[in-house]
Design a protein around this ligand. Sequence first.
Ligand SMILES: NC(=O)c1ccc[n+]([C@@H]2O[C@H](COP(=O)([O-])OP(=O)(O)OC[C@H]3O[C@@H](n4cnc5c(N)ncnc54)[C@H](O)[C@@H]3O)[C@@H](O)[C@H]2O)c1
Ligand SMILES: O=c1ccn([C@@H]2O[C@H](COP(=O)(O)OP(=O)(O)O[C@H]3O[C@H](CO)[C@@H](O)[C@H](O)[C@H]3O)[C@@H](O)[C@H]2O)c(=O)[nH]1
Length: 626
Amino acid sequence: MSLSSSAADSETNVSGDISTVPTTPDRSQSGSPGLHDSNDEVDNSFEKASPLKNGDAEYRVPSRTIRSICVVGAGYVGGPTAAIVAYKNPHVRVTVVDRDDRRIRRWNSRHLPIYEPGLSEIVRISRDGLQGSCEKDCVEAHDTAELKARSPNLFFSTDVSQCIPNSDAVFIAVNTPTKMRGTGKGSATDMTSFEAVAAEVIRHAQNNTIIVEKSTVPCRTAQMIQEMITIQRPGEDFEILSNPEFLAAGTAVQDLLHPDRIIIGSAPTPEGRAAAESLAGVYSSWIDRSRILTTNVWSSELAKLVANSMLAQRLSSINSISAICEATGAEVNEVSAAIGMDTRLGKSFLRAGIGFGGSCFKKDIASLAYIAESLGLDEVAHYWRQVNVMNEYQRDRFAARVIRHLNSTLVTKKICILGYAFKPNTSDTREAPALEIIKTLLDENPHEIAIFDPCCNRLVIENEIRALQPYGSPILSDDGGCVKVYSNVYEACADSNAVLIVTDFPEFRNTPVTVSPDSKTQSTQRLQEATPANTLSPPVTASYEPFNAEPDCSADCPDCQSGITYGESNPSVGKDVPKEQVNWKKIAGEMRSPKWLFDGRCIINIPEMTKLGIRVESIGSAGLAV
Ligand SMILES: NC(=O)c1ccc[n+]([C@@H]2O[C@H](COP(=O)([O-])OP(=O)(O)OC[C@H]3O[C@@H](n4cnc5c(N)ncnc54)[C@H](O)[C@@H]3O)[C@@H](O)[C@H]2O)c1
Ligand SMILES: O=c1ccn([C@@H]2O[C@H](COP(=O)(O)OP(=O)(O)O[C@H]3O[C@H](CO)[C@@H](O)[C@H](O)[C@H]3O)[C@@H](O)[C@H]2O)c(=O)[nH]1
């Protein structure tokens, strides 16, 4: 592989923005690293470095204290990660850079480009600083240290080349979607953005800068970076660390504040270990050292792909069982509860549904399978690909069930979709199953498809619907089409023949959602423990205003345009407890008969709903024979 030419190519390939919405952009051609043909000339200098031998005390290299960090990529990972690192390390200067000027403007404004419960408060503290001490007035004891007067230490900028040379460590947190063209299309990781940023880091960084892979990348990406360094900066020393991120959408702040573990992979050399120790120093300001795991760099890169693949595998497993339940009369929720009590299996990730969405699972499984295939391990690749196959089967099975129960014609019918985001409490709609279900329903030429989501910005949903290519125009009702996005759940459901629950917002349940001390989920406990959202709420509304002034939004801010901030319309956001659950009696009264409810997330109590005259078909339950 010619490293110099691949780096140059990547520079010319990044003109279009493939980052923000699609995870499988159709322009992507740059492939996975490290999986060379056996005849390729490979620079193995990353591995040739002499490993530290037991007892070689003189080989020890002292770790450096990191005082400035540049995070490249102001997305769902880069933004929140930088915000927490800055919040917990007031003396470290953290700058997030991105080529997307609009995104950076939003990070510098009141309405951030992504919604995550608790994030805006954290950003305010780190980005805007606190005036004077608010120790007595506004904080609970455990957060006092962070909330003393502090200067801003979190910055957002588009000046990538200026930020890199002024940083001790550069985190690369750009998107790594699936390649959609060329070799490995539909499976290999598209490294276009990652490679371009790596080249830029190598061009501008000072010698000894620590380069951190934050993006999810194929195993052996560090070697690709090392080869670029060997060619572009021969004789200089850069350490490359793998430090994958495990946050999930909707709980990013809590996941970052209380991670199960931090993995730092490094070269097995004194310098590599010292760099890992430097990075561990940043995390150890709020994470117990026992949770910071250091590994070799390949293990760390691979562990991220494996974690996601195994989580998704569990979902496809329980979803496959839901199909058996529907045919036999077993109840999938009961099966999940029964097997989840086996401590070897555990309770998590056993909720059956219409299948997983989100920007990560599908692409990371595809990447793992591609790696296996490239290594000649076809059976291994086939095994993992089945996880995605089962996921699509589950979603399509649900859509087919809806159509079948509606007499296989939607021409005069109104279908209401409740929930559009791929999971609750997030504005992230990437790879949302809702969109695929809508496409399938559109094929049936329905009278209307109504959409309501308590968290997503209406304009964002409308833009995605409008962009549906195969269906031409018009699609949206504003353009003369049949899809309408509502801001009110009752208007969305009125006159509908069928309501589909696609996202498991607690508001959509028909049984009371309460949180007793005994039934708290771990995440709920965490939320109530320590979020700045909780600790800071009173002072923000009180007469004493501890924050520095908050920057205004720019004229094109979609939240200002729609008049709704992510989460504002959903009072439950960040607390796991809905303040206002949907009134199903009211909805039942306004639906057309026969009234159908298709529960794609197994959150409806069927007997209760039946009392309202609604026929329920739920994933993993037998339902009515048709
Ligand atoms: N979203 C998640 O929940 C999550 C969780 C863990 C890991 N990850 C991984 O983290 C990585 C980032 O994911 P994300 O969801 O934050 O992506 P994203 O699309 O939200 O953000 C990526 C950002 O990188 C910027 N970017 C791309 N090329 C650039 C360049 N050449 N110069 C400067 N900026 C550039 C884009 O403009 C964009 O703002 C991916 O590898 C993903 O797999 C994501
Ligand atoms: O029991 C369950 C749990 C989840 N889901 C669905 O699975 C998808 C993914 O959910 P989740 O994993 O909670 O959210 P993500 O933001 O996709 O987070 C995953 O992907 C991230 C990106 O790599 C990782 O960092 C996280 O650790 C990993 O959980 C969503 O559609 C959920 O509705 C279910 O259907 N049933």
